[in-house]
Ligand binder design. Sequence first.
Ligand code: A3D
Length: 320
Amino acid sequence: MARAKIALIGAGQIGGTLAHLAALKELGDVVLFDIAEGIPQGKALDIAESAPVDGFDADMSGANDYSAIAGADVCIVTAGVARKPGMSRDDLLGINLKVMKSVGEGIRDNAPDAFVICITNPLDAMVWALQQFSGLPTEKVVGMAGVLDSARFRHFLADEFDVSVKDVTAFVLGGHGDTMVPLTRYSTVAGIPLPDLVDMGWTTQDKLDAIVQRTRDGGAEIVGLLKTGSAFYAPAASAIQMAEAYLKDQKRVLPAAVYVDGAYGLDGMYVGVPTVIGAGGTEKVVNISLNEDEQAMLDKSIDAVKGLVAACKEIDGTLA
Ligand code: A3D
């Protein structure tokens, strides 16, 4: 069987890391695409030259023309600009919306059967715009945020409890932003929910609240340290997990920005919820029951995403 083809739209910090991870995991042949001349070609060649050392078989190429992504099975989109200190994700909206238009059209014309994973911020609005501009089915266009946000939550929890990250599961709902909803009730250490661990004296409610806030601010913490850009290792690892779930029909249950129509009382919008990812794309939305507080936090997050989508429509009148 022919190898899968993975197109990476945007060959910046995340794009380069995605290419390296996809190659190391032998997920398929990789095409890096960018408007910057030489960058995708240079990164592709550099990674190809590591293949004899690491021992992977994957063709690596770079391009500045959309024809190079023809027939891609997966497209991962990081094209656009990233945050600098002092900027919110929402500050990126105007610039990145224009980028989503050209990327969406490029995918529509060259890789209409692909599973598309958007990473560009502000995530929930950009994945919506990308689906609109590309015209691909909603179950084939998804946003990466929840895997990263819950990975950050898991890392902080494992640190606090001094246990393996492998035994910590975490649940994050809502938009990718300051209003995201880390759900402690559905987050566990080896199946034991976090509120029970507070009762067992493993941690305190105050410490847990601080970890929840640190998770919400996780992106800004990295931006503050790096100063010249935003996180890229963990975002890339998270998107690769989603791409692998699709390519290998793993039916992974992962939090992601998916088009929700019906569940959670929503009538057609992109927001972060748990979803099953397999060969059909986002095959199912997992509709969990929320208590009053959780529902209120989710509603606030949904309102923030709706505000961003409305801003997109104001900027680009062709968006319905
Ligand atoms: P960066 O290293 O700047 O790479 C972006 C690349 O996009 C650059 O190489 C640009 O040349 C390229 N580009 C710009 N315009 C176009 C275009 N029209 N067509 C093709 N390529 C273009 O950024 P990065 O890789 O660090 O981050 C990429 C995006 O991911 C940013 O919008 C970040 O805010 C976002 N991001 C999202 C998360 C989430 O969890 C959702 C996390 C981290 C970063």
